[in-house]
Design a protein around this ligand. Structure first.
Ligand SMILES: [Zn+2]
Length: 86
């Protein structure tokens, strides 16, 4: 599943907030996901494109599946929820 940027049409990558696991840092260095840092706004975006536009897509499941597959491709194997519910 590919999510496209509403501003420029480029394919987006999952944007995650909080302290990233090492696999997430590695994936971010390769441009497979984006790290938003530790400060989470009230209505945080969850996708980012290569031009750094950020937007929120209501399909949380697509986001989670994409994030999971990116992390697993980098060797992340821990089961359970990736992020605590805020
Ligand atoms: Zn864009």
């Amino acid at each position: 599943m590919i999510v496209f940027c509403p501003e420029c049409g480029a394919p987006g990558v999952p944007l995650m907030f909080g302290l990233p696991v090492p696999e997430a840092r590695e994936a971010a260095e390769e441009g497979e996901l984006a790290l938003g840092g530790c400060v989470v706004s009230a209505d945080p975006p969850n996708w980012q494109c290569p031009r750094r536009h950020r937007w929120r897509d209501a399909d949380e499941q697509a986001w989670e599946e994409r994030l999971q597959s990116v992390l697993e491709a980098h060797g992340y194997r821990e089961s359970g929820p990736l992020l605590p519910d805020v």
